[in-house]
Design a protein around this ligand. Sequence first.
Ligand code: ADP
Ligand code: MG
Length: 394
Amino acid sequence: GDAPEPAPIRRLHESLVNRIAAGEIIHRPASALKELIENCLDAGATTIRIQIKDGGLKLLQIQDNGCGIKKADLPILAQRFTTSKLSTFSDLAHLTTYGFRGEALASISHVANLTVITKTRKDSCAWKAAYLDGELSPAHPGHAPDPKPCAGNDGTTITVENLFYNTPARLSAIRNSSEEYARILDVVTKYSVHNAGVSFSCKKAGSNTPDLSTPSSSTTHQAIRMLYGQGVAKDLLNIEVSPAAPISTKQKGKRKRKESDDLDEEEDGEDVLSNSDGEAVADETEWRAEVYFTNANYHAKKTVFLLFINHRLVESPRIKRAIEAVYTGVLPKGASPFVYLSLQLDPTTVDVNVHPTKREVHFLNEESITERIADEIQAKLARVGERVFEYQTL
Ligand code: ADP
Ligand code: MG
């Protein structure tokens, strides 16, 4: 026939494979920063300082006061699949930390210049190491690539420079650095709400005034007020939701109630749905949700939806739609709520392995859990609405 000679099949160069894989995880500066923030939180940091240049493309720097990294671990730090958080396959099911596959730093080192300065409590000085394509690389040409001693505080400072310098397509897709900076601030804002006990700051490099700054040890409600404004905070309700029926008597005692925040709400937020005695429901799993959401007096143009599943910032258009549907009966047309939902699920029921970006999470009984949360939001909104009505007609 006229068919051409088949082209030979060749193996892609490893560095190209790694660069492609990196692009799957690091879509834009904000996704790199999300991974780095999660690492700081995993390291037990209580202070996280972020500096940005050119929307994160020139510089992304994040300093924490966490546990630091041992000098001996620095040579393999940025290799793929190196992690301190997972060693057996069954660990994957019981994961409580944010990271789990040891790909973030590796990925970053394949699409940017990565520098790490770190000090553990036991170290007498800090160590500085530079990375390129997964490996230690000399900070200056001709020098040895080994980590160098330097001055530094306990904790870790990660510096990412020239992001996407070797992936021109990715780079050209990111046109607007102020838009990227806005995405970065959005990620930091959401993590600040979810980690109200941790002090965050974020600023442009060279600027004296941070664009975001939170104290340590505030309550969730205070953090929301600080970051989203008094307009949201004054109309904020709060509920905790758990399964409607007990899973088993064995697990009952485990459920712990959080101290309630000082809500601006007249009722003292005691909305924990305690389980009455009853039969175990076979297809229910153990879970707990904490929700902060605005009442009918609050009207935003667009829904603000913060969703954390097992402390990871994720997206779920389905859960968002389900909650928005509740508000269509409560708010005037065109008005939208603020909703922050923190969902804690039995890790064995969550499929965090769906996609390397870990944004798209699926879990067992997603539909029934979502429905129950939406129902409880609706019930609370109705109770509060009634009370306002009674008051007005007195
Ligand atoms: P993962 O978080 O999935 O383990 P990463 O590539 O994000 O993979 O990080 C690799 C390892 O580097 C982590 O397991 C941790 O041991 C260490 N690490 C990264 N960032 C920090 C940090 N800020 N503080 C302490 N250790 C860190
Ligand atoms: Mg990580």
